[in-house]
Design a protein around this ligand. Sequence first.
Ligand SMILES: C[S@@+](CC[C@H](N)C(=O)[O-])C[C@H]1O[C@@H](n2cnc3c(N)ncnc32)[C@H](O)[C@@H]1O
Length: 236
Amino acid sequence: MTTTPVRPRNDPAQYDDLVAEWWRPAGEFAALHWLAEARARLVPPPGRPGALLLDLACGGGLMAGRVPGYRHVGVDLSASAVAVAATRGIAVVRGDVAALPVADGVADVVLAGEIFEHVDELERTVAEIARVLRPGGILVCDTINATWWARFSLVTVGERLPGGPPRRCHDPGLFVPPERLRALCAAHGIALAVSGLRFSVPDFVAFLVFRRRKVRMLPTRSLAAVYQGVGRKAAR
Ligand SMILES: C[S@@+](CC[C@H](N)C(=O)[O-])C[C@H]1O[C@@H](n2cnc3c(N)ncnc32)[C@H](O)[C@@H]1O
């Protein structure tokens, strides 16, 4: 019998422990599948042939097949995750989002899905996103707000529910207030608009009771837990 080690919160090694979970739609990363679908809805069609979409912290590549027409390149710190993403047809490179191994101004779109709440160096990460985006390029992101509700629903309760984040996945001390993210983006020339996201309650009940796989993420006025952002880097 294999046992999963108990690790500190937000330990990057947890992604190695959970490598077999990436593509199990009802597994430990189930909610990332639901979020990937919501994220894909915000990605504009490519504006030119060969447009580059840079998928930061791509994990096991759950955006694969959801961004047609782009050259899809994923970057992630986890060797095991990028190996999985590569099997899904994504060109991958191992790297840190706070020091991207990518040239300036090459990305038409940057995706930053469920990563800002995992990094110590948020400002450097936003600066890197601004550096690699073309003028006029688009940032699409989603993350978790620094509220008591996010901590309660996604950590205290969520980590104990099927479909919730894996145990000890998050350090709530890294959760990101939207006003801080918007200010950092603005300081780096990206005008970010944010909107709230919640799961469909009937879908989630069906997931828990009947093991239905698909749970829709729906817009909500509240930014108290998960929120998405879309922003354009200023054109020169
Ligand atoms: C919650 S998962 C999100 C994965 C993917 N974006 C998705 O939504 O399916 C967080 C990912 O961030 C990666 N990660 C954490 N810190 C990172 C860093 N500093 N640079 C690059 N990747 C990082 C982890 O390896 C993991 O794959």
